[in-house]
Design a protein around this ligand. Structure first.
Ligand code: NAG
Ligand code: NAG
Ligand code: NAG
Ligand code: NAG
Ligand code: CA
Length: 448
């Protein structure tokens, strides 16, 4: 039995550590299959693999809410003027006339039509009181972003704006990026661009002036949150080395969480004015209008599902590997033979499924033994499992708990989160060493 355990470990070690050390293949798995049937010595058996749903347009599945709720134009009807010409006031908004209404849904309809369809706010008639609008997008499901968030304005782009995210269904919010014509003035932040970021500062929250600049608004209407440029810090400029990125995502919870959301919030803080002073005689020139918002991503299923369904207004993973829950974040009731764990992207290209095993699986679940395979960092071996102190976690209590928390071990403000290479190999190597020792024992015991 012990020998079997050792073999299993050996196999995992060979599989994971060797693959990780090799050069990654250029062609590279998409993790679209969760299991396949294979012939082995025992006949037809299942081979389980890490799997994830395909990336999709996530705006089809969201709920949008505005704050203040009555900030959409048209009730009562209003007339708008062009920003660049206060005498051109032929734009009307009337919530009760379909052709003249601009409800929030028009930010998510299919574009490509002429004229564009868009949501529009009331005008800045209460100037100098700030014209503040929150647009909140909620999925009620954790999703992983796979491409840039792109917000296309029909009006001039706002002079001040913050993109925020939530990972806990809207209970708490963190900024994702600040946008302003003058970052120092608006947010007392140094202006930066995504090109200033490195692997070590990737989690830094920056203020950018790239998407707010002045009067050229007619030609440049988009505000982006650059996901691909951030991926490129690990995967190379044309994302040819996704393996490197996936390897990092596998081992660094902070990095994974950075691209994971349940909600997004666009906080519009100051509309385009196109000039240094606001023309108080013509406040109908100032408003927000958005024609399109793009959010590409996939359901987060912890690499235990390759499809995600939208049913009864709700996204959920179709869990495999005997996992369950909206994100496949638990083992099914009678499959708790070992602790649940997410699938892994490694080794390339099929990953590791980390399936949940039936409750009474026997000695394979022994991860420790009071004599030999020691739990680390003060963990105690209780019924062959490590019972870890509060400061540590993991199968052998090998991981500091702070590593798996937002902000990492250095706290949330540093951004210098530990982006270290996989430590799994070292753990496995250690385990193997332990097993070697273990196999020695009977002989020693006999000698006593
Ligand atoms: C929206 O409602 C608030 C009170 O709920 C009111 O003070 C405000 O004037 C309203 N705004 C518009 C544009 O109707
Ligand atoms: C918008 O959201 C922020 C927090 O994210 C909140 O402080 C503010 O009151 C909300 N409403 C408006 C109208 O800004
Ligand atoms: C979110 O999903 C859960 C089920 O996972 C459901 O109970 C809850 O009502 C949903 N909330 C909203 C606001 O739709
Ligand atoms: C999950 O359990 C079912 C039996 O309930 C079994 O047929 C299936 O093969 C299991 N799947 C995995 C991935 O272990
Ligand atoms: Ca539209």
């Amino acid at each position: 039995m012990r020998f079997q355990f050792a073999l299993t470990l050996q196999a995992i070690w060979t599989g994971m550590c060797h693959a990780a050390m090799q050069h990654y293949p250029a062609a590279w798995g998409h993790y679209d299959v969760c299991k396949s049937q294979v012939y082995s010595d025992e006949g037809l058996t299942w081979d389980y693999m890490a799997c994830q749903p395909e990336a999709a347009d996530m705006t089809q599945f969201l709920k949008v809410s505005l704050d203040p709720p009555n900030i959409t134009c048209g009730d009562p009807p209003e007339t708008y003027c062009a920003l660049e010409n206060p005498y051109m006031c032929n734009n009307e908004c009337d919530a009760n006339t379909e052709e003249l209404a601009h409800p929030p849904q028009l930010m998510f309809d299919i574009e490509g039509r002429n004229p564009t369809t868009f949501w529009q706010s009331t005008t800045w008639k209460k100037y100098p009181k700030a014209l503040l609008v929150n647009i909140t997008l909620s999925w009620n499901k954790t999703i992983e972003l796979t491409d840039d968030i792109v917000i296309t304005f029909e009006s001039g782009r706002p002079e001040q704006m913050v993109l925020e995210k939530s990972l806990d269904y809207g209970r708490t919010w963190q900024p994702y990026q600040f946008y302003a014509t003058d970052c120092l003035d608006a947010f007392t932040m140094e202006p930066k661009t995504v090109q200033d970021l490195s692997q070590h500062t990737l989690l830094d929250i920056i203020c950018t002036e790239d998407y707010s600049r002045g009067y050229v608004w007619k030609y440049d209407k988009t505000v982006r949150f650059e996901i691909k440029d951030r991926f490129a810090l690990f995967a190379g400029p044309r994302l040819h080395n996704m393996a490197s990125l996936y390897g990092q995502l596998d081992t660094t919870k902070n990095l994974r969480d950075f691209f994971t959301i349940t909600d997004l919030r666009i906080r519009l803080l100051r509309p385009a004015t196109g000039a240094t002073v606001v023309d108080e005689s013509s406040l109908s020139r100032y408003f927000y209008a958005i024609s399109d918002i793009k959010v590409q991503g996939r359901c987060k299923c912890n690499l235990h599902a390759n499809s995600c369904v939208f049913d009864k207004e709700k996204l959920s993973c179709e869990c495999e590997h005997n996992t369950t829950g909206p994100d496949c974040g638990r083992c099914k009731r009678s499959y708790q033979g070992r602790a649940w764990s997410a699938g892994s992207y490694l080794p390339i290209p099929k990953g590791t499924a980390n399936i949940c095993v039936p409750n009474n699986i026997g000695p394979v679940t022994r991860v420790c033994d009071n004599e030999l395979l020691r739990c680390q960092n003060g963990g105690e071996c209780v019924s062959n499992r490590c019972s870890c102190p509060a400061s540590h976690t993991g199968l052998l209590c090998e991981k500091p708990r702070c590593e798996s928390e937002l902000g990492g071990c250095k706290g949330p403000e540093s951004g210098q989160a530990s982006l270290r290479p996989p430590s799994l190999c070292s753990v496995l190597t250690l385990l193997l060493a332990g097993v070697a020792l273990w196999r020695e024992t009977p002989r020693r015991a006999a000698a006593l």
